[in-house]
Design a protein around this ligand. Structure first.
Ligand code: SAM
Length: 246
């Protein structure tokens, strides 16, 4: 079993991952973007979501990430965005600074979620909103990744917080729960060469957490299936948790 190193993953991250437009659209539906002036992306990675928000809103968009390598990639793509190295549990910004804060595909890396919510509370203005984009344990079971690499579901159900527990922790640490949105579940997805490339480059962090034997076994299963043509599977989708500062 290996370790996740985002400084290494940064070299290939943008070859295999991009922003999900459906998430950007949900932000625009829920947050009155024309009325807000500061947005923070926590765990912004290579900046895929901030770049779009910077283009389509008048708000000033900021990003923090724990990995220098990921931030370097973000800077290569767009030098106009304010990016800082920082942790979700130790945000390098002053109090009551932001109107909207979001986090896509990061919560499973956070060890102390209570401390994270207290930090979110500190840096948000009154009435500020939070969106956490993640996957429920049911969605982890539904992933096509789980069909080919069953041990990834075991490691991820340990890393990903249960959605109801996450909401409870938010409520206990200064937030009002607004709503939960299930997105993209059941959409048909074609798994072709790009998917194989993603797997071969280990573009998803859970592939670094299973044994090499199970990784190779899964990769061979995918290659075998692909001999019959493009694989079509249903997307497991994602879950958005919406909160507001009490
Ligand atoms: C799967 S990537 C998601 C990147 C980006 N949000 C996206 O959706 O493309 C996870 C990111 O979380 C960052 N990360 C991990 N632990 C973190 C922490 N404690 N605080 C801030 N960022 C963290 C990693 O460096 C990595 O860039």
């Amino acid at each position: 079993m290996g370790k996740i190193n985002y400084n290494n993953i940064s070299k290939i991250y943008d070859d295999v991952r991009e922003e999900e437009r459906i998430i950007i659209n949900k932000f625009l539906d829920e947050v009155n973007i024309s009325n807000i002036n500061k947005i923070l992306d926590v765990g912004c990675g290579t900046g895929n979501y901030i770049n779009i928000l910077q283009r389509i809103t008048k708000a000033k968009v900021y990003g923090i990430d724990a990995s220098k390598g990921m931030l370097e990639k973000a800077r290569e793509k767009n030098n106009d965005i304010s990016l800082k190295i920082g942790l979700a549990t130790d945000i390098p910004f002053k109090d009551t600074n932001f109107n909207f804060l979001y986090m896509t595909d990061v919560i499973h890396h956070i060890k102390d979620i209570e401390k994270m919510f207290l930090e979110f509370q500190r840096v948000l203005k009154d009435g500020g909103k939070v969106c956490i984009s993640t996957q429920s344990h049911r969605q982890i079971d539904l992933r096509y990744m789980t069909e080919f690499f069953p041990s990834t579901a075991l490691v991820d159900k340990k890393r990903y917080p249960d959605i109801e527990k996450l909401i409870k922790l938010a409520e206990e640490n200064g937030f009002k729960f607004l709503k939960k949105q299930v997105i993209g579940e059941g959409e048909n997805i074609k798994l072709g060469d790009r998917y194989l490339e993603l797997l071969q480059k280990k573009g998803y962090s859970m592939l670094h957490l299973i044994s090499e034997k199970n990784y190779k076994k899964g990769l061979n299963k995918v290659k075998e299936k692909m001999k019959e043509g493009t694989i079509i599977r249903k997307s497991a989708g994602g879950t958005l948790i919406w909160l507001t500062k009490k």
